[in-house]
Design a protein around this ligand. Sequence first.
Ligand code: SAM
Length: 269
Amino acid sequence: MPRRSEHTETALRRRARRALERQLAYQRGKAARAKGHEQDYVEAMRVRSARVREKLERVRPVASDARVLEVGSGAHGLVFYFGTTRGVGCDPLACDYAALFPAWQHRALTVAAAGERLPFADASFDVVLCDNVVDHAEGPREIARELSRVLAPDGLLYFTVNFHHAVYGFASRLHAAWNAAGLPFEIGPFADHTVHLTLSGARTLFRGLPLRVLSESGDAEGAKRAARRRPPRHAGDRLKRLFFKNALYELVAEREGGRAGAAGSGPAG
Ligand SMILES: C[S@@+](CC[C@H](N)C(=O)[O-])C[C@H]1O[C@@H](n2cnc3c(N)ncnc32)[C@H](O)[C@@H]1O
């Protein structure tokens, strides 16, 4: 009989595996639809990457040969059009994405690995990106620790995750419990994610890590406004009007231990 902690760990691992299976099925469908429209995807990726790069360059310039790692680079990550010759994308599904989206995946070196155990040396990247990933993974906190570990001193981190009203965390745990009990009934948004974080849950991922927060935002009001504007398609949309869902937590931080820290630059916002 597995001990309680082992049992919980196995259930979590199973959820993470299921989330990956669903992600792959979704991206296969998307790849089929993208055929002949690749340029539209490329354009959207360029815009998103430029927006993030601009945010980071408000802190300091990012060289065209900067060592940039994206953890959870996915099908359409930021790294592919980030504008560096030394981009690396890391994702457990990297081999599948390379086959499904050959038009741009070759623009970075892609590595099939989990963010909880990055196959890179300490301090080996100048910029680390992780955009909408950790709530799909088995170990969000372990990923946060790895993001910080592989950043060079003064290196820049760009991180996002969706956060939600606490009611969805409760519902997600309930969903996990009935799946663990063998009930095969799946609700898409809960099966696609391992956790549903609140804003404070997202912020505490980085607690105790050697990072200086440079800017941080969590726009729950924007998510509430969007839910009120959109005509509800189903009961879930009505619920979102009461309890917000999919608000964006966005963090820009800098790795401690370099000259910027020695010069005394503190948090900016
Ligand atoms: C919602 S997608 C986001 C992908 C990409 N960052 C983007 O914004 O287009 C989540 C990604 O996280 C990846 N993922 C799941 N578990 C992971 C893990 N343990 N480590 C790293 N990436 C993981 C999935 O394969 C998927 O590509």
